[in-house]
Ligand binder design. Structure first.
Ligand code: PXP
Length: 238
């Protein structure tokens, strides 16, 4: 059965817009779990633009499914991960100027550094996933540096300009997933997946898990607006 991990970063983005207390990603995570999510993902960025250290620590105490911490491979985050002990650490590339993670991690070009970094995480009892482009070179490198999981970057597939191009990119993801599995890696997928482009992934045992944030949060706001407005109208019209 494929699993769904829900990324709640956008809830924190909304909170940070007013630097207040709500909406709280910890509450959103609990609701996602109640709805059946198999795990919760947060990206603790170096610039702390959305998720804060407080969120991560509270989520570690409250998440009942699995907590997946996305982070850049820095010294600071290594210490935090080893202390907080999420159920999975996903290493992602990170640039200050980007709106969201833009591409897969360059693993093949940093074998020595990442071998050492992954080793330090695993030594701390952590499981490690690498967010990579669906190409054999990066998948082989992920195995070589000691990761247990890879998350295939589906952003290029999600941005395909035509159905034909999307089909070609989906085949590439499928081939990559098989390649990764044949080497012993477990396979997740994520980035840009939504209620439409997820369809080809159904009933494909190559993809064990999906990491989805934006489309779920975007839909949550829209399907929730009706009730939120009605509740305020009721309050002001008493
Ligand atoms: N996987 C990784 C590694 C990501 O960085 C993100 C975005 O935070 C996601 C999955 C989720 O992508 P989206 O928000 O587009 O569903």
């Amino acid at each position: 059965m494929p699993k769904l991990e829900v990324n709640v970063d956008h809830i924190a983005t909304l909170r940070q817009a007013r630097l207040g207390a709500e909406p709280d990603p910890v509450t959103a995570a609990a609701l996602a779990e109640l709805a059946g999510a198999d795990g919760i993902i947060v990206h603790l960025r170096e610039d702390r633009r959305h998720i804060q250290d407080r969120d991560l620590r509270l989520l570690r105490q409250t998440v009942k499914t699995r907590l997946n911490l996305e982070m850049a491979a820095t010294e600071e985050l290594l210490h935090i991960a080893r202390e907080v002990k999420p159920d999975l650490v996903t290493l992602v590339p990170e640039k200050r100027q980007e709106l969201t993670t833009e591409g897969g991690l360059e693993v093949a070009g940093y074998l020595g550094f990442l071998k050492d970094y992954v080793h330090k995480l695993r030594e701390g009892g952590l499981k490690v996933s690498l967010f990579v482009d669906p190409v054999p070179k990066q998948l082989d490198a992920a195995l070589e540096v000691g990761a247990q999981w890879v998350e295939l970057h589906t952003g290029t597939y999600a941005d395909a300009g035509s159905i034909k191009e999307a089909q070609r990119l989906f085949e590439e993801l499928l081939t990559a997933a098989r390649h990764a599995q044949s080497g012993g890696l477990r396979v997740k997928c994520g980035h840009g997946l939504n209620y439409t482009n997820i369809k080809p992934f159904r009933r494909r045992p190559e993809f064990e898990e999906f990491s989805i944030g934006h489309s779920i949060m975007a839909r949550a706001i829209l399907v929730g607006i009706d009730r939120a407005v009605r509740e305020m109208i009721e309050l002001i019209r008493v």
